[in-house]
Design a protein around this ligand. Structure first.
Ligand SMILES: [Zn+2]
Length: 228
């Protein structure tokens, strides 16, 4: 009864257009749903996302669910997750994305999911890692294991000020650390690195480089949204 009362007093609006949602709609209305700029990169081996890593780090496959633009629906979705703390939205979009790329993940032997870690300070502020929620959504429909605990984000930018230029560059390259004790792969591992928005691909490059150094593994990438 309380739920019904609340929905009359504070009807839930569509994230895209703020129109009151119908019972069968969740997060976005049907009109906005039809407007979602889905990339379908899973149908295109040499898609723009995978190309951003060419010559930088070896990425087997790269997927993005949506195209990110400076304004509009996708930006509103990302903001609702990151700044309004809509965790269910992140999980649900993880499920949608997982459903879309499921067959490709199986065909290519992806057997572990890793969320790009947040800076510990940012994690403390936000209270959750949006990429981890995406991973949980993907895991729930693909049943691929979540191995996000394998990696940590370490370096604080403030420690870099006194260092030389080259040292600083090396520092940027290793902002992630692989947990050596957890990561003892006897079987070959194919990781799917999951991030919310990929723009330059620098953080993914850094994380992928760290993982590939461990040997016996491959990496692919999945971003909720890609800003080409
Ligand atoms: Zn709408």
């Amino acid at each position: 009864m309380i739920d019904a009362l609340l929905s009359v007093l504070f009807p839930i609006g569509c994230i895209g257009c703020e129109k009151v949602l119908l019972d069968q709609e969740s997060h976005i209305c049907l009109n906005c749903e039809l407007e979602l700029p889905v990339t379908n990169y899973h149908l295109e081996a040499n898609n723009p996302l995978v190309k951003t890593f060419w010559g930088r780090v070896k990425v087997e496959q790269a997927f993005a669910y949506l195209v990110y633009k400076k304004a509009g629906l996708v930006k509103r979705i990302v903001q609702a997750i990151k700044y309004k703390g809509n965790k269910q939205l992140a999980f649900d979009f993880g499920q949608r994305f997982g459903q879309q790329i499921k067959s490709e993940l199986y065909l290519n032997g992806v057997n572990a999911l890793i969320a790009v870690p947040l800076h510990p300070k940012r994690f403390k502020q936000r209270g959750f890692n949006q990429s981890e929620l995406l991973v949980q959504g993907i895991a729930s429909v693909t049943l691929i294991q979540n191995k996000s605990e394998y990696v940590k984000r370490t370096i604080h930018t403030s420690t870099q000020t006194a260092k030389s230029r080259i040292e600083r560059w090396e520092n940027v390259l290793s902002i992630y650390e692989v947990d050596q004790q957890l990561f003892q792969q006897k079987e070959p591992c194919h990781f799917l690195l999951v991030d919310d928005v990929v723009t330059t691909g620098a953080t993914i490059e850094s994380l992928a480089t760290e993982l590939l150094q461990m040997g016996n593994c491959k990496v692919s990438v999945a971003a909720l949204a890609f800003a080409p």
